[in-house]
Design a protein around this ligand. Structure first.
Ligand code: LMR
Length: 333
């Protein structure tokens, strides 16, 4: 009797355990380095909301902002190891993945406005770059917007000669490094989470960054001037661990793909507005000077930066640079 009871009890436990397991949601850890209020932070939160809604709770997304889990380089390693499932690194941070061609997006004055950026993201070239991540174990899902890059420093950077001797924090892209040398500054690669303190303590003299990150990280409080050069774009590649993505049940994957598409549209809707609001808030704070370049100053930047294209074509690919130029030009005809 007792034996029968025990056997029955054991079976019941097993069934309960199996039922619990079946009900356990699939967990996606989405790590990023910016504030929840920056465009990427908003995008990650929107993706969480939609992924959980579209899958009816069969997927749970945990978003870790502000480098809480990993800094720039570590998060890429964590994705490859499967310790996190999704990221949206800046396009200037794909070098460590061996995807050097993403640095085409960092070329100075390549994409004159956000429409041009979108044209490139949506082009066959943009899609091919994302697809090219697959052999590296990465699924490229989408591009997300942020805004154009500017420079912060303790002095206005009106002309390339103003960069002379300045140590400027850049992201890990070799194109950005070449660009900084062409301007006459000394590039310092540093994780995003360390920038505020490095500027505050004078470890670096300036930084190359965008308006929403300046505002949300309070960089304007420790820098006397922001030069609104808008010389390049800071956008993101939304990526997943490929083995994880490919092994998802197909219906779940379909819902998640829809959540990515809708979150991407949301980021596109809000990024420019957040960019404009960030600049207005920085101005209103009165803590830093906003420097607008004259046409002649901008032309001097253009001259100084022209050689960068030839210097990096061996790394990024001459044909790819020409292709992107073609996509940009197609919309301006
Ligand atoms: C940076 O490091 O400046 C940016 O990549 C941060 C980000 O992800 O927006």
């Amino acid at each position: 009797m007792l034996r029968r009871f025990m056997a029955g009890f054991g079976l019941a436990c097993l069934l309960t355990a199996t039922a619990t397991q079946a009900a356990d949601p699939i967990l996606i850890k989405f790590s990023h380095v910016v504030a929840p209020d920056a465009p990427k932070g908003r995008g990650a939160d929107k993706f969480k909301e939609l992924a959980e809604k579209y899958t009816d709770g069969r997927v749970k997304v945990e978003v870790y902002p502000n480098s809480q889990l990993y800094k720039d380089k570590e998060e890429i390693e964590a994705l490859q190891l499967g310790a996190v499932q999704m990221l949206a690194p800046s396009l200037a941070k794909f070098g460590p993945l061996g995807a050097k061609e993403f640095e085409v997006y960092d070329l100075p004055f390549l994409m004159p406005d956000v429409d041009a950026v979108h044209r490139v993201f949506e082009s066959a070239t943009g899609k091919r770059l994302l697809a090219g991540l697959e052999p590296k174990g990465i699924k490229g899902l989408a591009y997300w917007d942020n805004g154009f890059r500017v420079f912060t420093a303790n002095r206005p950077l009106r002309l390339p000669s103003d960069f002379f001797g300045l140590k400027v924090r850049i992201q890990s892209s070799k194109v950005l490094e070449t660009q900084m040398r062409a301007l006459g500054g000394v590039p310092q690669v540093m994780a995003f989470s360390e920038v505020y303190q490095a500027l505050q303590t004078g470890v670096v003299d300036g930084s190359e960054v965008d308006r929403t990150n300046i505002y949300t990280q309070k960089l304007h409080e420790v820098q006397k001037a922001i030069t609104l050069s808008d010389h390049g774009y800071l956008g993101y590649g939304v990526i997943a661990n490929k083995a994880f993505w490919d092994n998802l049940p197909p219906d779940i994957r379909g819902h998640l793909e829809r959540a990515v598409v809708d979150a991407t549209a949301h980021v596109r809707d809000i990024a420019h507005k957040l960019d404009v609001e960030a600049e207005a808030a920085i101005k209103a704070s009165g803590k830093t000077e906003l420097v607008v370049l004259t046409a002649a100053e901008r032309a001097a930047w253009g001259e100084a930066l022209k050689p960068v294209y030839a210097q990096v074509e061996g790394r990024v690919g001459k044909a790819l640079i020409e292709e992107v130029r073609g996509v940009v030009a197609a919309g301006t005809k």
